[in-house]
Design a protein around this ligand. Structure first.
Ligand SMILES: C[S@@+](CC[C@H](N)C(=O)[O-])C[C@H]1O[C@@H](n2cnc3c(N)ncnc32)[C@H](O)[C@@H]1O
Length: 342
């Protein structure tokens, strides 16, 4: 399927226009339940839990969903997403991935829906995205500064490109605290720990009780290159700061901040997400030429990220204004205008 931006309800568009197993990566940032903007159409009123609830788990879930005031809406919200998640699972390629962006209130219910549709074994990670700096105006509750992003794959075979983030200043100071004429370096283990047996032999007068992590030939060549730190207690491998890849990406993302009011000129849509967030997701779970789908595309951030990284894209939104903004951002190649980095 070619690049496309489609006006319509994602359920209908997915059913009518997207074939089985054709999409490599899906990111969805649906309207949050607590978001007043989430309004069901009159025809959606009939949506409910189809097939009834059976068993203890279902009863507990039904009770949780219907507790509190106004939560009959929550059951409809869960059903609204459930129907679409089934379609998204259908259109995803066997080695494809889905990232669902959600707020903390709705997250537990939608996690269950995802487990039911994708299978718990296909849950890869739950990412916590710290979207803002601490709020100073909270007095009676904890400052809510994060959203969750559920990451699922359709199967155990999937695209995954490990990304690295810059080490933070404190980590650099604490870890890269040795230096020689080549520069600053950190210490990485070269001898085995108690829990694992390594290659036991004597080298340079040292025979570690659980052995070395590498064979003697490799150790010799590291030593010849000056890459072994012979400390007073035990030897280590040197990892020079220059050339270090950074830290492998973990599940807490606190290095990408949401678009703030001061960056209003860059914000085209109230719920617009930062391009860096989407570039990270697209970079992590797809390769060039892959097809990326966003069924709630809003201002088109996912599509712009896909475009900037050489992926194909499909975006769907019910709001004509969102479609117009998306089309314009794609035309301008927005990602390259000050947003793009790494
Ligand atoms: C949270 S916003 C997405 C923002 C987007 N990630 C961005 O960066 O701009 C959710 C979007 O879902 C759209 N939406 C709501 N119900 C929909 C439906 N049934 N089908 C398609 N889009 C829908 C809304 O119009 C809104 O633009």
């Amino acid at each position: 399927m070619e690049n496309n931006v489609i006006l319509g309800d994602s359920l209908q568009v997915l059913r009518d226009r997207v074939a089985n197993g054709t999409v490599d990566l899906i990111y969805l940032d649906p309207p949050f339940f607590i978001d007043r903007a989430f309004k069901l159409n009159a025809k959606d009123e009939s949506i409910g839990f189809q097939g009834g609830w059976e068993g203890v788990a279902e009863t507990l879930l039904a009770k949780a969903i219907s507790s509190g005031s106004g939560n009959s809406n929550l059951s409809r919200y869960v059903s609204f997403l459930h129907e679409r998640i089934i379609e998204l699972h259908r259109v995803l390629a066997d080695d494809g991935s889905l990232f669902l962006h959600i707020g903390p209130t709705e997250a537990p219910y939608i996690r269950l829906v995802l487990d039911a549709v994708f299978g718990m074994q296909n849950h890869r990670s739950t990412i916590t995205w710290q979207r803002s700096h601490p709020h100073n105006n909270v007095t009676t509750s904890l400052g809510n500064v994060s959203d969750l992003i559920f990451y699922y794959t359709k199967s155990r075979s999937f695209h995954f490109n490990l990304l690295y983030t810059e080490h933070d200043e404190k980590y650099l100071q604490n870890s890269f605290n040795n230096s020689d004429n080549r520069g600053q370096y950190a210490l990485a283990p070269i001898v085995q720990e108690k829990s694992r047996k390594g290659h036991v032999y004597e080298y340079n007068g040292v025979t570690p009780p659980y052995g070395w992590r590498v064979k003697i030939e490799k150790l010799k060549s590291l030593d010849d290159e000056g890459l072994i730190h012979w400390g007073s207690n035990r030897p280590y491998k040197k990892i020079y700061l220059e050339g270090a890849k950074g830290a492998p990406l973990q599940t807490v993302w606190s290095d990408i901040h949401n678009i703030t009011r001061t960056e209003i000129d860059r914000r085209h849509y109230p719920t617009q997400k930062p391009i860096k967030l989407l570039q990270r997701i697209v970079g992590l779970a797809s390769t060039e030429g892959d097809l990326v789908l966003d069924p709630f595309c809003g201002s088109g951030t996912t599509l712009v990220a896909a475009q900037s990284l050489g992926r194909r894209y499909i975006g769907i939104d019910v709001n004509p204004e969102a479609i117009a903004i998306t089309t314009e951002r794609l035309r301008l190649g927005d990602a390259n205008k000050g947003f793009f980095s790494s």
